[in-house]
Design a protein around this ligand. Structure first.
Ligand SMILES: Nc1ncnc2c1ncn2[C@@H]1O[C@H](COP(=O)(O)OP(=O)(O)OP(=O)(O)O)[C@@H](O)[C@H]1O
Ligand SMILES: [Mg+2]
Length: 226
């Protein structure tokens, strides 16, 4: 029976892919059969061999998964827009049944699946006659979540708003990981304290610039997956 966790963030480019790569790498180095899955990726690189989904390619390499792109990400859009808009322009809108089948397939191949979201937590995945928000996918896949937040200025606001929205939508949250953390920064220490007080959640790991290992006990990391 496969276990999973959904990775969201306080916004796009905050470090979901970077941190996910380190999480999957750590699990695999500990001998676990860990994989990666992403529903929809926008802004794929256009090459002569077709579209390259950067996030999936990156995690595949960092964590040495050795998986095919089509098994790692189901919907790949060229335009660097929210998936709902990319699909309006390019076609191929997200179908929940296809997502469920792709996730099920990934879950039969891996014991621990790290599922990366798109953008922040408020992300329209499809918005035509059918409407799918990111939280619908999290709920449909039955996943709990981790929030990636920047350690620096602005994170109290961004993290508390993210947590409040997720609680309003009844999405379970396991904890927060601070990215681009600087040891000894008075502000970042205070950010950790204030975010923990204001959300009741723990900042469970700190990732610095260009870290190559996630500094967290393997048992604690494994316990996040359910
Ligand atoms: N700790 C870090 N050290 C060095 N580079 C980082 C770090 N965190 C993120 N980056 C870089 O910053 C950029 C944005 O990070 P990343 O792609 O992980 O964000 P994301 O939240 O996955 O974005 P998206 O919403 O597009 O999926 C990438 O080029 C990534 O390699
Ligand atoms: Mg990403």
């Amino acid at each position: 029976m496969s276990k999973g966790i959904f990775i969201t963030a306080t916004g796009t480019n905050v470090g979901k892919t970077f941190v996910t790569g380190l999480m999957v790498k750590k699990l695999r180095e500990a001998g676990h059969n860990a994989g990666y899955y992403k529903v929809a990726l926008s802004g794929a690189e256009v090459t002569e061999h077709g579209l390259i989904p950067g996030d999936a390619d990156s995690v595949n390499r960092v964590a040495a998964i050795g998986e095919t792109m089509e098994n790692l990400v189901t919907y790949v859009y060229k335009n660097p827009f929210s998936p709902h808009l990319a699909a309006i322009i390019e076609g191929n809108p997200v179908e929940m049944d296809i997502v469920k089948a792709a996730y099920k397939k990934a879950a039969t191949n891996y014991d621990y699946l790290t599922v990366e979201g798109s953008g922040g937590i408020v992300c329209p995945i499809r918005y035509d006659d059918t409407k799918i928000m990111l939280e619908d996918i999290i709920k449909e896949l039955g996943l709990s979540t981790l929030i990636i937040a920047d350690a620096g200025l602005g994170t109290i606001n961004a993290t508390v708003l993210t947590v409040e929205y997720m609680r309003q939508k009844n999405i379970p949250i396991k904890g927060i990981i601070f990215n681009r953390y600087h040891e000894g920064s008075v502000m970042e220490e205070d950010n950790k304290m204030m975010v923990e007080i204001m959300t009741g959640l723990s900042v469970i790991a700190f990732v610095k610039e260009n870290d190559t290992e996630l500094k967290i006990d393997t048992d604690k990391l494994v316990a996040l997956y359910e």
